[in-house]
Design a protein. Structure first.
Length: 152
């Protein structure tokens, strides 16, 4: 089992693989089924969407940590991929980023289970391309740790 770090620890102390593991862990362990509790539902949805967006941005080459920062088995940079449509990304960004009266009444119109499946599929393609030189990470993470999260 990988070591879990306290929030206060600096990113520089973590490998990029560990940061990706955290994102995949959160994407796959956050329950996205509804409960009777309004606050809990919102926490689940917002957390899930945040991690789905982070992984999508990573795979499409945005942000500080990019898939193109990793090499494949031939020593070439891994090419970015489009995971979900621009329309869905805009909906996620609007849902997460803006305070509005519509937000509290707005219903999620996309299928979160399908979104999770699509993000996992594309991340799995990334894992199939990545050079084995990145594993095990300094935290002793292996590809199988990711596989276990994605498949469960």
């Amino acid at each position: 089992m990988p070591k879990y770090y306290k929030t206060a620890e600096l990113k520089s102390e973590l490998s990029d693989i560990r940061i990706l593991y955290y994102e995949i862990l959160m994407l796959n362990k956050i329950p996205i089924t509804s409960t009777d509790d309004f606050v809990e539902n919102n926490m689940r949805i917002e957390s899930f969407l945040l991690h789905a967006r982070n992984i999508t941005e990573f795979l499409k080459g945005g942000g500080h940590l990019k898939c193109s920062g990793f090499q494949n088995c031939n020593g070439k940079k891994i090419s970015p991929v489009k995971v979900i449509s621009k329309d869905v990304i805009e909906k996620i960004n609007e849902y997460l980023s803006h305070i509005s009266t519509r937000r509290k009444t707005r219903k999620i119109t996309w299928d979160l289970h399908s979104l999770r499946k699509k993000v996992n599929q594309e991340f799995n393609h990334f894992l199939n391309k990545i050079s084995p030189k990145y594993f095990p990470s300094k935290e002793r993470l292996n590809i199988s740790d990711f596989d276990n999260l994605i498949k469960n």
